[in-house]
Design a binder for this molecule. Structure first.
Ligand code: ACO
Length: 359
């Protein structure tokens, strides 16, 4: 059926429908296209612990067919094959590991976990129990190098999904806190929001880490970061715990990363309006072009800001890109789309190609 001039896709193909809707927004796809072609140049093995799920399997088929990644699927083999049959998916070339059927491997991985966590209250017995959980099993695969990247989080809340990776993979050298970034693709250009997913109330010192990780991640997307450290005040216009924290984070970050285009503390509209900056704050390094990278004071503001834009702002968001982990781990937003999973896979693969460039 036709409606107001636009062809409607059958509702059974709602993923394609959703993609179609998004492409009508006219957002810039170049950034993801570049990442996807880089991923194709050297595909990596990606383990998906939540493979008994249509969206993961569809994404696995796509990344395999497009030569972006070599999927490793964790889950009940019969269930996976059934979902594939029902949806005419071809999982040729995807390795399926039914972890409950592989006691030898689980025991081997339980030893790995025990060695890592024996002084953190984990017994070998507990380790064996945890290896029946696919997020733990997958994280050990990444740790031992049997997979190059790890993507989970579709079916569980973020906190529970990230924990096995924090315990088994942990952060890279020189980093205290992992953090999550979202790319907001908008007509006005790409914007980068951080931390939108991990640290609930970071200290000024932790924010410095987050700023460094974010700057590197923005460069990863071929963009020069212009960073605004956000608050509800502009350059000391308010005193209070939060503006003070953001002011201090700005000072510390300027000292640690003297080459960054960075300023704060400031309000979001100030950050995004070069005109306003030039008129009232001409002393700021951001006055020339405004900011493209926003550092939020905490998870509440960061998470809410990107979700509002995603739903009503005419923006496509890509992420969350998890930064600061020792190996490529990405935690999907609960209920992510097939397209989100494919995007995160391409990012994880490129991540694995170039891992651990210094901050
Ligand atoms: N970076 C690195 N490591 C961390 C971090 C971090 N940000 N936070 C905790 N850890 C480590 C700890 O050091 C600890 O390691 P250890 O066991 O080796 O000593 C381990 O992780 C567990 O630490 P806990 O203190 O037990 O965990 P905590 O209760 O702090 O939980 C968590 C960590 C799950 C990340 C928590 O901070 C959280 O829930 N954050 C919010 C997640 C969330 O709800 N996000 C919003 C939704 S996301 C979205 O919308 C897409």
């Amino acid at each position: 059926a036709m409606e107001s001039g636009s062809a409607r896709l059958p509702i059974t193909d709602w993923h394609a429908y959703e993609d179609e809707l998004r492409s009508r927004l006219g957002v810039n796809q170049k950034l993801m296209n570049r990442i996807t072609s880089r991923a194709r140049s050297a595909p990596k093995r990606v383990v998906y612990p939540e493979a008994d799920n249509y969206k993961i399997l569809k994404a696995a088929q796509i990344v395999h067919d497009e030569g972006i990644a070599v999927p490793i699927l964790l889950g009940n083999r019969e269930k996976i094959e059934q979902i594939a049959r029902q949806n005419s998916l071809d999982l040729e070339g995807c390795e399926i590991i039914d972890i409950l059927q592989d006691e030898a491997k689980r025991n081997e991985y339980a030893e790995v976990l025990f060695r890592k966590r024996q002084r953190k209250g984990i017994t070998l017995y507990e380790g064996k129990r945890l290896m029946r959980e696919r997020n733990y099993f997958g994280a050990v695969m990444l740790d031992t190098g049997e997979a190059d990247c790890y993507i989970t989080g579709l079916t569980k809340d973020y906190g529970r999904s990230i924990l096995p990776a924090l315990q088994i993979i942990g952060v890279e050298d020189g980093v205290q806190r992992a953090a999550g970034m979202y790319i907001v693709l908008h007509k006005k250009g790409p914007f980068f929001f951080s931390d939108t997913t991990v640290n609930i109330d970071p200290t000024a010192e932790q924010l410095v880490d987050i700023i460094g990780l974010t700057a590197r991640a923005v460069r990863f997307f071929d963009t020069e970061p212009r960073i605004a450290v956000l608050s509800y005040s502009n350059f000391g216009s308010n005193v209070g715990e939060l503006p003070d924290k953001m002011r201090r984070a700005t000072e510390l970050a300027k000292r640690r990363f003297p080459d960054l285009i960075l300023d704060g503390e400031m309000q979001a509209n100030t950050a995004l309006s070069p005109q306003l900056l030039r008129e009232h704050y001409p002393f700021s390094v951001l006055a020339e072009k405004g900011a493209n990278t926003l550092i939020f004071p905490g998870l509440t503001s960061g998470n809410i800001a990107y979700k509002v834009l995603q739903e009503i702002g005419g923006a496509e968001v890509i992420g969350p890109v998890l930064m600061g982990m020792r190996k490529p781990v990405h935690i999907l937003q609960l209920g992510a789309t097939v397209r989100d999973i494919v995007n995160m896979t391409a990012i994880a693969v490129v991540d694995a190609q170039t891992y651990n460039q210094p901050l």
